[in-house]
Design a protein around this ligand. Structure first.
Ligand SMILES: [Zn+2]
Length: 256
């Protein structure tokens, strides 16, 4: 994989946004393997499709690319807020590729895949409506909050200019498929609990360590009045899916 972007044909484009899109998309077409099945290339859709930018000819998985100049940071701009929420709740999202590139050096700095089943509405931030004087007055865009994605679904392909081993990426993507939950409410719970587990610094922890998050979880899910049983249920689910182990001392152990 060559981290350098290619200038070829770029002179035909004048706006900064268009040039960035062409550079990053052509880089992906030339360099990126399919993070789902390992196929050597993914292919750009011929016409501008509303939902995805790339697909894999072998496994048919679809990808959308979001790129920005510099580091990925905390959030990435996306399109209309309502559309994004509708896509998440109806499970119509493709996998997302988030790319940070260095404009001066014309190189790719960071590249991450977030599998489609990791998206939940609380990860999407509503932006302020465009002003009445704007061409699309009242239009409401959104930001994707990258930091609220659990690390199990934020899988690095390139980190700070360094390639992560392809085998490692494929195995992480494959393991993340154990966490597919179609129901959006249940999915929200699962990833909130997973995020709490991730926040505990120790490898081994107790139920009490998890109960410390009770108030935070209750605030996030006001309709649920049985947060403790919910925590235990989700921990059991994570154990069944191979992310946790129950030890003999009544503790939980993270499986790396
Ligand atoms: Zn594939």
């Amino acid at each position: 994989m060559d981290l350098q972007m290619n200038f070829e044909g770029i002179d035909a484009y004048h706006s900064g946004t268009q040039r960035a899109r062409v550079l990053t998309e052509s880089w992906v077409s030339r360099n990126l393997y399919c993070p789902r099945c390992g196929n050597a290339k993914i292919v750009h859709f011929q016409n501008n499709r509303p939902v995805a930018d790339f697909y894999c000819e072998k496994c048919n998985n679809e990808y959308e690319l979001k790129s920005k100049n510099g580091s990925l940071g905390e959030k990435v701009n996306d399109g209309a807020y309502e559309t994004m929420i509708a896509r998440i709740t109806s499970n119509e999202n493709p996998d997302f590729l988030f790319m940070g590139y260095q404009k001066q050096l014309m190189t790719v700095k960071d590249l991450v895949i977030v599998p489609k089943h990791f998206f939940v509405p609380s990860m999407i931030e509503k932006r302020r409506p465009l002003s009445p004087n704007a061409r699309r007055a009242g239009w409401v865009g959104c930001n994707i909050l990258l930091q609220s994605i659990p690390k199990q679904g934020f899988i690095k392909i390139i980190e700070n200019g360094n390639l992560i081993e392809k085998e490692k990426v494929l195995s992480q993507v494959s393991k993340s498929s154990n966490l597919v939950v179609t129901n959006i409410e249940a999915r929200g719970w699962l990833f909130d609990i997973l995020e709490c587990v991730n926040r505990i610094p120790m490898q081994e922890f107790s139920l009490d360590d998890m109960y410390r998050f009770e108030a935070m979880l209750a605030a996030k899910h006001p309709q649920n009045h049985n947060v403790k049983p919910k925590i235990r249920q989700q921990l059991q689910y994570l154990r069944d899916k191979g992310f946790l182990e129950f030890t003999q001392r009544g503790k939980y152990k993270k499986i790396l």
